[in-house]
Design a protein around this ligand. Structure first.
Ligand SMILES: Nc1nc2c(ncn2[C@@H]2O[C@H](COP(=O)(O)OP(=O)(O)OP(=O)(O)O)[C@@H](O)[C@H]2O)c(=O)[nH]1
Ligand SMILES: [Mg+2]
Length: 553
């Protein structure tokens, strides 16, 4: 570069940097003037440094007194994150949890109807079993056998009553369509984009202080009247004329058992949609009910409410589920509905009763895929301290949701990572080539090796141990799906120990912070009593190790 060019760049720099320009000695400066100027600049610099230091101290002090803990729930789809969040809610804001129970009625109905559809689809003997097997990969409850299909799956058990069941259950097809339409999020395919700035927008505070992130839209506060109160219950918006924002023109439902919508997507609700409101508060167009007003008192009096179709189909559903030939056929097809929403099948008459209100356990078992990020916030008292505000973030775990996690890494105190260890013989719903346990291990490695998370407390829930136990009792062998397990005993203790050390080793090998403590729990997060104990333990460990410096304990 020539001297001229060089000067040009220096001048440009002066122009574009006002501070540098200001510090340039004025032309013709005498030595005395220079000494005075240098002294002034020195003093200015000292004052500026002092202000910087004060700001730093102030920030530190504010951080110390900020009684706030952020916890992020991570893990693959169906690992139990939302269920864990529900357990936190049940423990720390039970009235809000109970107030929302009624909203889950629609989800539970849909879970039940989907289970019935899956059974009906599994019954017919297909000419082409290969094609049918592929159909069943739709959910993660289907087992991929390392040794191919057993001979029984090819010969197959015929269910002579199939056509009769199908006809009796036909009304459920329309109901499934309606519930799906009302619950589903139209942007389901869209990846979630949550810039960090969006985290400060759209908070909605319930009367209990619970906060939900709603991306700017209002969050429902759902109230369920006490059973003992004479107050009327709301009329259901599930009646097909509902004013739900997600209502769309009706499309023809596919006949139940036809298999034509068997690949239909799992129902997912984006955190920005108001599904709880839509399913709880009833039609706004109807005025408040009183026992003598001649108006309907509750959803069960609304002839269009889904409960009627369900209630009418209850005997057929019960016959189907109890039929030994059906059970045999499901076994042959290796479909274990008890691992997903199938547990409602054991309680058909209770769930389809006209005045059914979901219990806590029903809500914990209800499956609704998360899209986006849900924040739940509450105060947890600790000792004499007035308590810290805990914020728990529940994220979508499906592959197209995971990029929304990173913005939350920056100021999180602890991560609860869920790995469903019963899933060793299953594949991802979003990619049938990937074993679910393998996916959990890779995801775990990504999380523990992440530099931004180096100082974050890690809690690992090896979840769904109840299902693992049931699977082992049914004779499923781990080493047929994980060759590395070798010929170790196929019992629960040995397998739990093996998984613990596998996850522990990955952490040890990949963590950027060897001093970090890792807490591992064997969990079944649908079990309220045990999970409450574990949550208390997790809470204490997070507070003790993370927040001692912040004077919270
Ligand atoms: N039996 C049993 N079921 C569980 C357990 N944990 C979760 N479930 C059920 O598994 C299903 C999936 O759980 P969710 O909590 O919705 O899973 P998630 O991790 O939030 O999934 P995404 O929202 O898709 O990321 C629900 O029906 C839960 O009730 C468990 O330990 N045992
Ligand atoms: Mg979820």
């Amino acid at each position: 570069m020539s001297k001229e060019q060089n000067n040009y760049y220096v001048d440009r720099r002066r122009f574009s940097d006002p501070l540098a320009a200001a510090l340039q000695p004025p032309p013709g400066e005498t030595p005395d003037q220079k000494a005075a100027r240098v002294k002034r600049e020195d003093e200015a610099r000292k004052r500026s440094d002092h202000i910087d230091e004060m700001i730093r101290q102030d920030k530190l002090e504010r951080k110390k007194t900020k009684a706030e803990v952020s916890v992020l729930l991570l893990g693959q789809s169906e690992s139990g994150k939302s269920t864990t969040l529900k357990q936190f809610q049940l423990l720390h804001s039970p009235s809000a949890f109970h107030a929302e129970r009624i909203a889950w009625r629609a989800v539970i109905y849909l879970n039940l109807v989907k289970s019935i559809r899956r059974i009906l689809e599994a019954l017919p003997l297909e000419d082409d079993e290969e094609e049918h097997d592929e159909d069943s990969l739709e959910t993660a409850t289907v087992i991929i056998s390392a040794r191919g299909r057993p001979p029984s799956a090819i010969t197959g058990t015929r269910v002579p009553n199939y056509e009769d069941y199908r006809q009796r259950l036909e009304p459920l097809a329309e109901l499934e369509e309606r519930l799906t339409r009302l619950l589903s999020c139209p942007e389901e395919e869209d990846p979630v984009r949550l810039p960090p700035s969006s985290r400060s927008n759209g908070y909605n505070v319930t009367p209990n202080g619970d906060i939900l992130v709603t991306n700017g839209r209002p969050t429902p506060t759902i109230l369920i009247p006490d059973r003992n109160q004479s107050q009327s219950l709301p009329v259901s918006p599930l009646n097909g004329h509902g004013s739900s924002p997600t209502s769309q023109p009706s499309s023809q439902p596919s006949p139940i058992g036809s298999g034509s919508s068997s690949r239909s997507k799992e129902v997912a609700v984006h955190t920005s949609t108001n599904w709880k409101k839509a399913f709880s508060l009833g039609s706004r167009s109807k005025s408040p009910k009183t026992p003598h007003s001649g108006e309907i008192e509750g959803w069960w009096e609304d002839p269009d409410d889904p409960v009627h179709a369900l209630n009418a189909c209850a005997p057929a559903m019960q016959d189907l589920w109890r039929d030994p030939l059906v059970k045999k056929r499901l076994q042959e097809k290796k479909i274990r509905l008890e691992e997903s929403s199938g547990f409602y099948l054991d309680e058909i008459y209770r769930i389809t009763a006209k005045k059914y209100i979901p219990t806590d356990a029903d809500v914990l078992k209800a499956r609704l895929k998360t899209l986006g990020v849900v924040e739940h916030s509450f105060i947890i008292p600790s000792g004499n301290n007035k308590g810290a505000r805990w914020k728990i973030y529940d994220v979508g775990g499906a592959r197209n949701q995971r990029h929304a996690w990173a913005p939350y890494f920056e100021d999180v105190n602890a991560i609860i990572f869920l790995a469903p260890i019963s899933a060793f013989d299953q594949v991802l719903t979003e990619d049938a080539q990937v074993n679910r346990l393998e996916d959990s291990l890779l995801l775990w490695k990504d999380v523990v090796s992440h530099k931004l998370l180096a100082k974050v407390n890690l809690v690992l829930f090896l979840n769904k141990i109840d299902l693992l136990q049931a699977k082992l009792e049914a004779g499923v062998r781990l080493n047929q799906h994980m060759i590395s397990y070798g010929d170790r005993p196929n019992d629960f203790e040995s397998i739990a120990k093996y998984f613990k050390s596998k996850f522990w080793n990955i952490h040890y090998a990949s963590t950027p912070n060897k001093d970090r403590e890792l807490y591992i729990h064997l969990t079944s997060v649908t079990d309220t009593r045990r999970t409450a104990i574990i949550i208390a333990d997790v809470r204490d460990s997070i507070i003790k190790t993370n927040l001692r410096d912040l004077r919270l304990v």
